[in-house]
Design a protein around this ligand. Structure first.
Ligand code: GUN
Length: 275
């Protein structure tokens, strides 16, 4: 029988630990405050932003909310970031993505001070991760590592295959697995003989962004499968990049969608905020 890795439960444990940590910081007279910026009112982004603010409140941390109109100029957004960079009472800055098309996302992410970049998207933080120096780590892949560790999955020496090479998930995921002494392969849409490679994986992390892309023919018997994808199917039901029903019986452990990786992203954002 396979283990269903409960991301909701593990993320709750982490948030409860962080709540204690915030109390400890307060006792020492230290405070943390996250500034969350949303440009426009994309409904999915609004849900994410609200959940981030709620999580701050839950762990006892302050947050500031900037809800800027869709037609905000790149210059105006830049000014807001510069101001927040300079504010001593703001310890973290998060710009919710995606940004409207008239704003250059790369330029904006580069403007956030690396020491306040709790998303871990700034090139300085990405570089620090790749050479094993301390810094902020992208929240979703950091959450996957916590899911594995807290479910008793050993990474050291294991064949780890990451399906997907995005800057936010695939690449930092590979770096983190490497740091844990996994043997890491990254696959992507141009990879030849994909199934041959994914079938070698003891730990398969899927972040390819295609609903139910991975079926049992991609998976070695007894592998651990982590599904980073989230989509809505024809019946408006959530599903991942992995066909859970078909794959789960062939695994030793697997994350569901929803309730797997998703809740971990916010827990790790909170962890970054109280670092
Ligand atoms: N949009 C979707 N995921 C994320 C995330 O992790 N951080 C930010 N800033 N925006 C996102």
């Amino acid at each position: 029988m396979y283990q269903v890795i409960d991301g909701k439960k593990i993320s709750q444990e982490i948030k409860d630990e962080l709540r204690e940590k915030v109390l400890g910081l307060k006792a020492k007279g230290e405070r943390r405050c996250l500034a969350v910026i949303q440009v426009g009112n994309d409904p999915a982004s609004s849900v994410y932003v609200n959940n981030k603010k709620k999580a701050c409140a839950y762990i006892g941390m302050e947050s500031l909310s900037y809800e800027l109109p869709e037609d905000t100029t790149e210059g105006a957004l830049m000014e807001t970031i510069v101001e927040l960079n300079e504010r001593a009472d703001v310890s973290g800055i998060l710009v919710q993505l995606p940004l409207p098309r008239h704003i250059d996302e790369k330029k904006i992410l580069l403007a956030i001070a690396p020491e306040k970049d709790v998303d871990g998207f700034h090139p300085v933080n990405v570089g620090n991760l790749s050479i094993g120096r301390p810094g902020y780590v992208s929240c979703t892949p950091a959450g996957v590592i916590q899911l594995l560790k807290r479910s008793g999955v050993e990474i050291e020496g294991k064949e780890c295959v990451v399906l997907g090479r995005s800057n936010i998930v695939g690449k930092p995921m590979a770096m983190l697995l490497l740091q844990e002494n996994g043997t890491v392969t990254i696959c992507h849409s141009k990879t030849k003989n994909l199934k041959e490679i994914t079938k070698r994986a003891d730990i398969l992390v899927v972040a390819i962004g295609k609903p139910k892309f991975v079926d049992e023919s991609y998976v070695k018997e007894g592998a651990v499968v982590i599904d980073v994808g989230i989509h809505r199917n024809e019946d408006n039901k959530l599903c991942g990049d992995v066909d859970f029903e078909r794959v789960a019986p062939h695994t030793s452990a697997i994350t569901p969608v929803p309730g797997g990786v998703g809740p971990m992203t916010i827990a790790m954002l909170m962890s970054n905020c109280v670092m």
